[in-house]
Design a protein around this ligand. Structure first.
Ligand SMILES: Cc1cc2nc3c(=O)[nH]c(=O)nc-3n(C[C@H](O)[C@H](O)[C@H](O)COP(=O)(O)O)c2cc1C
Length: 181
């Protein structure tokens, strides 16, 4: 699919089919993420893929209970990807301090979206998840306490017909201009 068509095609999926995702496809998504650009080529990311059903169920129960219940739909996803930021290169951190920008978060976002778009190209659905019990996820997956889990990505097959209408987005005139603000 042409890239713009693929981007138009992608939507957040919140209802997954009960069908496992092939490891080869997950590896292709990880490869797409691995090749993402990053400040000073820092590559400040780590992905923990949870595709073992028992572990994934346990993870979802813990991650999406109580105040996080709104994301309980993730329980239907056969795969949860945990995206963790690792330490950036010295140069990127210094540059970030001077510029007042957390470059590593930009890097994480690009890598995550590479993952998501590759998944879409493979016929898989995804949903970025920012609201979850981080402490519980760390504990279940042996992620050191001092690490930061930036987001999760729910991944799996889905029924496209069940997805909602077109994207709701601001018009181009409102978000972009040529040659002046
Ligand atoms: C960083 C980030 C965090 C998000 N967190 C959640 C979340 O916790 N739960 C959820 O259902 N959707 C979450 N989303 C999905 C957005 O709600 C969704 O992308 C947006 O509404 C646009 O819809 P679309 O992805 O279908 O185009 C998140 C998206 C991003 C980029």
């Amino acid at each position: 699919m042409a890239l713009l068509d693929l981007i138009k095609h992608r939507k957040s999926v919140r209802d997954f089919l009960d069908r496992p995702v092939e490891r080869e496809k997950i590896m292709m998504c990880l490869e797409a993420a691995r090749l993402a650009p990053s400040e000073s080529n820092s590559q400040p990311w780590r992905f923990v893929v949870v595709d073992d059903k028992q572990l994934k169920d346990k993870l979802c129960d813990a991650a999406f209970s109580n105040i996080y219940w709104i994301n309980s739909f993730c329980k239907t996803a056969p795969v949860i990807v945990v995206v963790i930021s690792e330490k950036s290169k010295f140069l990127a951190r210094i540059g970030g301090i001077f510029r007042g920008i957390k470059y590593y978060l930009i890097d994480i976002g690009i890598a995550g979206e590479h993952f998501v778009l590759e998944a879409e190209d493979l016929g898989l659905g995804t949903c970025w998840i920012g609201w979850f019990n981080e402490r519980a996820v760390k504990s279940i997956l042996n992620i050191p306490q001092h690490k930061k889990i930036d987001n999760l990505i729910a991944l799996g097959y889905y029924n496209r017909e069940k997805l909602g209408p077109e994207h709701s987005r601001e018009p181009i005139e409102k978000i972009a201009s040529f040659n002046s603000y």
